[in-house]
Design a protein around this ligand. Structure first.
Ligand SMILES: [Zn+2]
Length: 172
């Protein structure tokens, strides 16, 4: 597959999989090879039902992965749509996805930094926040064993590392 696009092929196909499953991947693979292809041609090459091809193309269109151009057939007078990948917008989609992940990680980091966590040492039991631990007088709400302060430094460090990585990716 000769890709001229700025996002790598793996990322592109991952997005196609999320949005359109295996049929979606198949369509994006064809569009990665050929520009200006009609729904009929796509149906023939992929052997996916035409209604499904159309549905997936519009889903990709709504997520700015593909673009179309329209012109009138000189003989029949009907409009013909041709579809192509939209490389800059694929890049934009990846960018906005990374920004969403970054926001989630930052929210989680903030939560970790502003809360204290307690745990009984029982692997099946979840962590308890300071507020909840107060209510049970520092006994586990699940097994009633005494709670101990959890050192969340490894979690904080992991989150900080991930956030720095994504920020760097977004800047380049
Ligand atoms: Zn417990």
């Amino acid at each position: 597959m000769a890709s001229i696009y700025t996002v790598n092929e793996e990322t592109l196909l991952n997005i196609a999989m999320v949005l359109g499953g295996e049929d979606g991947v198949r369509i994006i693979e064809v569009l990665n090879d050929r520009e200006n292809i009609t729904v009929e041609e796509l149906t023939e090459v992929t052997e996916i039902q035409i209604n499904n091809v159309r549905k997936l193309l519009y889903r990709f269109y709504n997520h700015s992965l593909v673009t179309n151009r329209r012109f009138r057939d000189k003989e029949t007078g009907w409009f013909i749509f041709q579809w192509s990948l939209q490389p800059e917008l694929v890049e934009a989609y990846v960018h906005s996805t990374k920004q969403k992940i970054l926001k989630k990680l930052e929210t989680r980091l903030d939560y970790e930094l502003t809360h204290e966590f307690y745990h009984c040492g029982n692997p099946q039991c979840p962590n308890t926040t300071f507020e909840d631990a107060m209510e049970t007088v520092f006994h586990c709400p699940s097994c009633e064993e005494p709670l101990h302060r959890v050192d969340n430094t490894p979690v904080v460090e992991f989150l900080e590392k991930k956030i720095a990585e994504i920020k760097e990716e977004l800047e380049t």
